[in-house]
Design a protein around this ligand. Structure first.
Ligand code: DAK
Length: 262
């Protein structure tokens, strides 16, 4: 499948492989327009439905993961344009319906919608060159793709307020200290480290990977008591899978498990 604003690729070895999506609007620092968001959603949904894919990676260029929503495209819109066309919700939320893990590999700028897109992924691995920010305030708007909600959950209210109200950028080291990213690696190793993490995920049992993602998202999005209840049900349900029998038998018999992803 060929796209205009993204490049897709399959990487890794073994029965389950890694679907990689690279954002590619280099002249605009991967600014996110409708075409790009439609293509990203379609590519992720296709990988999600593909039985041979176990994990996905979304990445950009060395200079920019994405410098935000396309300001040129938005500049002339009025309230009715964005409200009636359900701007953002209609194609930005697709990534949240993907059931397999999606890792963001971020190098360079992840600003505005770019930071929000990275936060919609399941976790972020950052290059030491990464810069995160929600600078929408400088454009007379506010974050509109979850930034005011996901950023405080990720880094706490004080830092989120600072970022959203001053529009300042946070470098990779600060982002790691604050809990926005899971690891920081040298820029040259970003893709290899991210692919290694994705490969490790691909080698675990598919049902437990999907249920683990669902359960962590409950913690992130809902109240604790509901999350605990959900986790318990998922945990119980995994005892109905072949992978649980295999994983535990392999441990007891001191051998490597051969998961069948069912
Ligand atoms: N959109 C369009 N083009 C962009 C862009 C963007 N967000 N960011 C950069 N570019 C373009 C620049 O215009 C420039 O194009 P040419 O002039 O070469 O044609 C090219 O990319 C290279 O950029 P610079 O020359 O500026 O490069 P520098 O290295 O000097 O600076 C920078 C890099 C990332 C610091 C700078 O480009 C910058 O500040 N960019 C804007 C960052 C920004 O403000 N991002 C937030 C965008 S607002 C909504 C929901 C969500 C949103 C909106 C509404 N609703 C629910 C309604 C989200 C909004 C946003 O994300």
């Amino acid at each position: 499948m060929s796209y205009e604003c993204i490049v897709t690729d399959v990487q890794g070895s073994g029965p389950l492989r890694i679907g990689v999506v690279t954002l590619s609007r280099p002249k605009q620092l991967n600014a996110l327009n409708d075409t790009l968001m439609n293509e990203l959603g379609a590519a992720l949904k296709a990988f999600d439905a593909d039985e041979t894919i176990g994990c996905m990676v979304v990445t950009g260029s060395e200079k920019a993961f994405a410098a935000g929503a396309d300001i040129g495209a938005m500049a002339g819109w009025n309230f009715m344009d964005v409200y009636k066309s359900d701007y953002i919700t209609r194609n930005w939320e697709t990534i949240r319906s993907v059931r397999k893990p999606v890792i963001a590999a971020v190098s360079g700028f992840a600003l505005g919608g770019g930071c929000e897109l990275a936060m919609m992924c399941d976790f972020i691995i950052a290059a030491d060159s990464a810069k995160f920010g929600q600078p929408e305030i400088k454009l007379g708007i506010i974050p509109g793709a979850g930034g005011t909600q996901r950023l405080p959950r990720a880094i706490g209210k004080a830092k989120a307020m600072d970022m959203v109200l001053t529009g300042r950028m946070m470098d990779a080291a600060e982002a790691e200290r604050a809990g926005l990213v899971s690891r920081v690696v040298p820029a040259a190793e970003l893709l290899s480290v991210t692919l290694a993490a994705a490969q490790a995920i691909c080698e675990f049992g598919g049902p437990s990977v999907m249920m683990a993602k669902e359960a962590v998202n409950r913690a992130y999005e809902g109240p604790l008591s509901e999350g605990i209840q959900f986790e318990r049900r998922m945990f119980h349900a995994l005892f109905a899978t072949e992978d649980q029998k295999e994983g535990m038998d392999a441990f007891v018999n001191k051998r490597k498990p051969a998961f069948k992803h069912r």
